[in-house]
Design a binder for this molecule. Structure first.
Ligand code: PMP
Length: 363
């Protein structure tokens, strides 16, 4: 980044960082989202001053007034991205400008203030560099980055709050799926996630609160993820609880559900569309029904299905189950195209495949 950031981030000393031995243990076996690094970025917003008071300081509890509006009307949005280590040892971010832009689209939908994109990226960059010694020591490890913003005005009227806080915290991450499965099994839920005109395309906490029961149902029945159908006809496939879906056909074309407002516009989804087209594959953003999924898997017209997102990158879907029965896709394991696209994307993220799009930001 050549331009100076629009805000100065003050660095506060940490009085008691996590002891080295504890940190070493955590990064040798990180899991997902349970261990956090020493520091965080914090930036405040209010009507008078706009964004101000940016600090990089100790990760610590935050004090909230019981009337803080986030606790009542859920004005909360977040992002999720990762810092990767390139093969030459440098840490890098993957398309962080896209996360910044998506946070601001979410902010607009939730009547929250937008954060300048360069401030978002600079905040992420600084905290990752500060806690780089928390980078996991496991194969495929990364530092998971969680930027988020919430309303902290204490006021109980139902209207957009006049005070917000933006924070960035980090968590060393290993494999997202507990099983580390080469292909996952998914459960088609009777619950829906998002209705037309709702908040489905925003990354707001409320969407995830509503997905917990359906996801719990999927887990209870031994599946790895939940599949949501559309809320109107209950027949069109939308996405998984935390990933977008792609369907691969025997003529080498791909289909992915269109961005009509009810699904999250995944940055991995967008990257896969670009990479697949570069491979000469046809990609159609169009609706695809659960009935077709089942029929096409049976006939062999559908050869692969994969899910994609920051957490699990690209993961094959091997088995699908729902109230109407089960079916298997292809051999039930990762297909050729899934593996090819995954390898290409992971290669770009790790610096072994040339980054012709300028997607990788070295730190
Ligand atoms: N859908 C949902 C509901 C998600 O939570 C995520 C994860 N952010 C995705 C899709 C994938 O998005 P991305 O590729 O940007 O991680």
């Amino acid at each position: 980044m050549t331009d100076a950031p629009a805000i100065d981030i003050a660095h506060l000393p940490h009085p008691a960082p996590v002891p080295g031995a504890t940190r070493e243990q955590a990064i040798a076996d990180p899991g997902f989202g349970t261990v956090f690094t020493d520091h965080m970025i914090s930036i405040d917003w209010d009507e008078g001053e706009g964004w101000h008071g940016a600090t990089l300081g100790p990760r610590e509890p935050i004090t909230l007034d019981p009337a803080a509006s986030v606790l009542h009307y859920a004005q909360e949005i977040f992002e999720g991205l990762k810092a990767y280590r390139l093969t030459d040892g440098t840490m890098a971010l993957f398309r962080p400008d896209q996360n910044a832009a998506r946070l601001n689209r979410s902010a607009r939908r939730l009547a929250m203030p937008e954060l300048p994109e360069d401030v978002f990226v600079e905040a992420v960059r600084q905290v990752v560099l500060k806690d780089s010694d928390w980078f996991p020591k496991v194969e495929g490890g990364s530092l998971y980055i969680r930027p988020f913003m919430f309303a902290n005005e204490h006021f109980l009227g139902v209207r957009p709050a006049k005070k917000y806080k933006f924070l960035v915290i980090l968590s060393p991450a290993g494999n997202y799926f507990k099983s580390g499965a080469p292909a996952v099994s998914v459960w088609v839920s009777e619950y829906t996630r998002a209705a037309p005109g709702g908040t489905g395309e925003a990354k707001c906490g409320g969407n995830y609160a509503a997905s917990l029961v359906p996801t719990g149902e999927a887990f209870a029945q031994g599946h790895d993820q939940v599949v949501f159908l559309d809320a109107v006809e209950r027949k069109w496939i939308e996405e998984l609880g935390g990933m977008n879906l792609f369907f691969v056909f025997d003529d080498g074309t791909l289909v992915t559900p269109p961005l009509t407002g009810t699904i999250l516009p995944g940055i991995t989804r967008d990257s896969i569309i670009t990479l697949a087209r570069e491979e000469g594959l046809g990609v159609r953003e169009e609706r695809y029904s659960l009935d077709s999924w089942k029929e096409d898997a049976a006939s062999g017209r559908l050869t692969e299905t994969f899910a994609c997102g920051t957490a699990a990158v690209v993961t094959a879907v091997g088995k699908v189950a729902g109230r109407d029965g089960n079916f298997t896709i292809g051999s039930g394991g990762p297909g050729q195209l899934t593996t090819k696209l995954r390898d290409r994307l992971v290669g770009i993220q790790r610096g072994t495949v040339e980054d012709t799009h300028g997607w990788v930001m070295r730190l």
